[in-house]
Design a protein around this ligand. Structure first.
Ligand code: ATP
Length: 258
């Protein structure tokens, strides 16, 4: 794959729900092997954007390319093969309480019969070690774990099938600042080890700077800025800097929401 082909390329991505236009021509390039953080106010369409890329929501218009391939034109089997290469860490972990941790970690591999149950136990232990958890955690129920441990297990599940794209939805939400930094460190480590492309949504600017190489700001249905995540708060773009610093005064007029 040539370096100048982005891992993910969005062009003119649009989506409305009824009268409400959420995405209004999103253009975004996400570099292979880099971390992209998507910023934007509540309800600005960050999750809808990611769901379009995952194939969970069909956009009304626009194109989505992954490795230069038009994903909206893929048949079901091609789409499934693509999804096998994508991992996802959900905001609340989204672990199944009815299954022990090891089955959660290897859920996808087991569901697709890509691994035996015996091999899955060993695989889970190996992946749990990568996120700093002992093999014995594999036998616990998710309900027995702290929030930080649940995030680690969610991260282990996201990487178990060795994806080359991983989405992180609010990875530090609900964690104390130190545990948030620990999880971010793990994310950076595992993404680097896999050589994966990481796409994250976060409202936590410290986290954005840690896990992002690049950042993009979604506002009024479009990407209004892209740049280095390290510069967040000092980008020179009044809109982005207001958002990153959490200032009430600035170009972003916050609507009061019910
Ligand atoms: N399936 C759906 N049907 C109708 N409206 C939807 C649907 N999914 C999302 N929306 C609307 O689209 C808008 C954008 O939602 P989205 O979840 O992408 O926001 P977000 O930027 O991720 O916000 P947050 O930071 O609060 O999670 C919201 O107004 C939401 O109500």
């Amino acid at each position: 794959m040539k370096d100048d082909v982005p891992k993910i390329r969005l062009r003119g991505l649009s989506k409305a729900f009824g009268e409400k236009r959420v995405l209004d021509g999103v253009d975004l390039d996400i570099r292979a092997g880099h971390g992209m953080v998507i910023l934007g106010g509540s309800g600005s369409g960050k999750s809808v954007t990611i769901k379009c890329v995952l194939g969970l929501i069909a956009p009304d218009a626009g194109t989505i390319e992954i490795d230069g391939r038009d994903v909206l034109a893929m048949n079901r089997r091609e789409r499934e093969e693509l999804n096998d290469r994508i991992g996802m860490l959900f905001q609340n972990g989204a672990l199944f309480d009815s299954l022990p941790v090891w089955e959660n970690v290897c859920f996808k591999l087991l569901a697709q019969k890509r691994i035996t149950r015996r091999a899955a136990r060993d695989k889970a232990a190996e992946v749990l070690a990568q996120v700093g958890l002992a093999a014995s955690v594999g036998d616990l129920s998710p309900a027995e774990l702290s929030g930080g441990m649940q995030k680690r297990v969610g991260l282990a599940r996201a990487i178990a099938a060795q994806p080359d794209i991983i989405f992180f939805d609010e990875p530090t939400t609900g964690l104390d600042p130190i545990m948030g930094a620990v999880i971010d460190g793990l994310i950076v480590d595992v993404v680097k080890r896999l050589g994966a492309t990481a796409v994250s949504i976060t409202h936590d600017m410290a986290s954005a700077r840690r896990i992002g190489d690049d950042a993009a700001m979604l506002h009024k249905g479009r990407i209004v800025w892209t740049g280095a995540a390290a510069a967040l708060g000092n980008t020179g773009n009044a809109l982005v800097d207001q958002f990153a610093r959490g200032e009430r005064e600035g170009p972003i007029q916050m609507e009061l929401r019910r």
